[in-house]
Design a protein around this ligand. Structure first.
Ligand code: ZN
Ligand code: ZN
Length: 105
């Protein structure tokens, strides 16, 4: 961050120059300095990317039997229930009709 030599306010980057909004002092940026400001802008843009759950919402499939429609391909995943000393519960979901149930081992 740089400060205006005339009035001491913060200089803000603006189209390749640093501009003082206090006294309209302007300072040209060198190419190296321009790159610094471009990189800073990219970083702040990346922080605005929203990660949705959709990208991790796929479960492995296994052979099994859906008692509702007879389909033999099931998605499955493990869930730790309530207390950490309880056994994990395995959930199954039929890939055909969406029927979901759980089984404790
Ligand atoms: Zn100034
Ligand atoms: Zn089914």
């Amino acid at each position: 961050m740089e400060f205006c030599p005339n009035c001491g306010k913060v200089l803000l980057p603006k189209k390749g120059i640093l501009h003082c909004y206090g006294c309209n002092y302007e300072k040209k940026l060198s190419d190296d300095e321009k790159q610094d400001y471009v990189i800073n802008k990219d970083v702040s843009d990346k922080q605005n990317i929203i990660v949705t759950d959709d990208s991790i919402n796929t479960h492995p499939t296994t052979r099994g039997l859906c008692y509702r429609c007879g389909n033999r391909e099931l998605e499955w995943w493990m869930v730790q229930m309530h207390r950490s000393d309880e056994a994990e519960t395995r959930f199954y979901r039929c890939t055909k009709c969406g029927n979901t149930w759980r089984r404790s081992n």
